[in-house]
Write a protein that binds this ligand. Structure first.
Ligand code: GDP
Ligand code: IMO
Ligand code: MG
Length: 429
């Protein structure tokens, strides 16, 4: 039995896509279980460069099934575009992709409702990706969602949509926005549904059979642990569960099956959108990280906020999700820095000593604390072409070892470039 989870250990964009693509070459199944098209996972492989939001990154392995579990919310237009893009690269996924009929569907009113809330919040807005995630998951838990299965019967779909439009259009009217027309939305969604209908089948049985047969199942997490709706920096977080526990809800895999949990973390920290980020650098070093790391989001193109690696945060998420190992990515981004800092805990702003941890308070509380740092010497050499851990500069090796010591988890994969082969697999080095 081999179930491997790949999860974001920070605030998303840790290079999960690259790590999943790498591991997918041995996978029988690659599955998404959370989030929606707010995710943007970059993959560079023999077929080209892809920035996928919904399609599991097992597409390049012809022997791998791809599954979108019921915890994922589907924007049909995004999915159709991605499948076309992958088809143009010479891969037809229609017989390899199963999408759960239990998946909730992002309707045109969800991003509109989100925009109304974001605008009303003004300077305290979340800074979302604008894909309607908050409203679609809110409709799910308040029994107002529309699922793929509901679209299988046009009459049932119309009834559900009519109720939702009655409520949502009243809101749009109050905020002086044009209402949505029932027939137009109905036609658009039924047309889109028809294009993916053959792939809509419940994967639960397939997954359970794979578990019983000891198949290799690879689980592709979206977002990062610090964006988790419960444990993240609420309300500056996302709407779904982004930690290891999310897979039971989002795919139907019981915890006892999970063997490897790989926490993917950058060798520094980034964050898109608002909310506290204790190790953020708003200076020239932050600019170096952003430029070297090309840190701009694949979904929104927004610049990512950059800062030092925060070991307190990652050791928290390691405990939360039970990482068995860490994939440390973008080490090469630090190549030109003479000194490198690591955050190891917090103290009240203006105070001294490490007196608090992330889990002691909420996002608002965290704003009043600043990090305690340790400093290490930079290695000032390119690591981009290194493929063996023993050939990394000694100071880079020391940096990796310090991180695994602070996070109390072995670093088994080190990434030194965006391409699949720019990777160091550590075999007891
Ligand atoms: P994800 O959402 O976690 O899959 O990450 P994203 O794809 O949103 O962002 C990661 C970015 O870093 C992408 O542009 C990748 O191509 C790039 N990348 C991945 N690994 C490395 C690496 O080791 N070094 C560098 N320089 N870039 C990397
Ligand atoms: P991947 O899978 C980085 C952030 C948004 C915003 C907050 C809420 O590529 O790592 P949402 O649209 O989800 O309601 O936005 O969450 N966010 C991400 N940041 N990577 C992601 O996904 C993200 N998905 C959501 O920037 O701060
Ligand atoms: Mg991303």
């Amino acid at each position: 039995m081999s179930v491997t989870m790949v999860l974001g250990a920070q605030w998303g964009d840790e290079a999960k896509g690259k790590i999943v693509d790498l591991l997918s070459q041995d996978a029988d199944i690659v599955a998404r279980f959370n989030g929606g098209d707010n995710a943007g996972h970059t993959v560079i492989n023999d077929y080209g460069t892809f920035k996928l939001r919904l399609t599991p990154n097992g597409f390049s392995n012809p022997n791998s099934m791809c599954i979108i579990g019921p915890g994922v919310v589907i924007n049909l237009a995004t999915l159709i575009n991605e499948l076309n893009m992958i088809r143009q690269a010479g891969i037809d996924l229609s017989s390899r992709l199963w999408i759960s009929p239990r998946c909730h569907v992002v309707m045109p009113y969800h991003p509109m409702v989100e925009a109304i809330y974001e605008q009303a919040k003004g300077s305290s807005s979340t800074g979302t990706t604008g894909r309607g995630m908050g409203p679609v998951y809110a409709d799910k838990v308040s029994y107002n969602g529309i699922r793929l299965v509901d679209m299988q019967e046009a009459g049932l779909f119309r009834e559900k949509l009519q109720v939702q439009l009655q409520v949502k259009n009243a809101l749009f009217k109050a905020f002086e926005q044009a209402p949505l027309d029932l027939q137009t939305v109905l036609d658009e969604k039924l047309n889109q549904f028809a294009q993916v209908k053959s792939m809509v089948q419940e994967p639960f049985g397939l997954v359970q059979k794979a578990l019983a047969n000891d198949s290799n199942i690879l689980l592709e997490g979206a977002q990062g642990a610090l964006l988790d709706n419960t444990w993240g920096t609420y309300p500056y977080c996302t709407a779904s569960t982004t930690i290891s526990g999310g897979v039971t809800d989002g795919l139907g895999i019981a915890p006892r099956w999970i063997k490897r949990v790989i926490g993917v973390t950058k060798a520094y920290t980034t964050r898109v959108g608002r909310g506290p980020m204790p190790t953020e650098l708003e200076d020239a070093t932050g600019q170096v990280l952003q430029n070297e790391g090309k840190d701009f989001g694949p979904v929104t193109g927004r610049p990512r906020r950059c800062g030092w690696f925060d070991a307190d945060l990652v050791s928290f998420t390691a405990k939360l999700s039970g990482y068995t190992e860490i994939a440390l990515t973008k080490l090469d981004v630090l190549d030109s820095l003479p000194k490198i800092k690591i955050g190891v805990g917090y103290h009240p702003c203006g105070g001294k000593g490490t007196s608090a941890h992330y889990w002691d308070g909420d996002a608002h509380w965290l704003e009043g604390y600043e990090p305690e740092y340790i400093e290490m010497e930079g290695w000032l050499q390119s690591t981009k072409d290194v493929r063996l851990f023993s050939q990394l500069p000694a100071r880079a090796q020391a940096y990796v070892r310090r991180i695994e010591q602070l996070v109390e988890t072995p670093v088994t994969i080190v990434s030194v470039g965006p391409e699949r082969n720019a990777t160091i697999i550590r075999n007891n080095q």
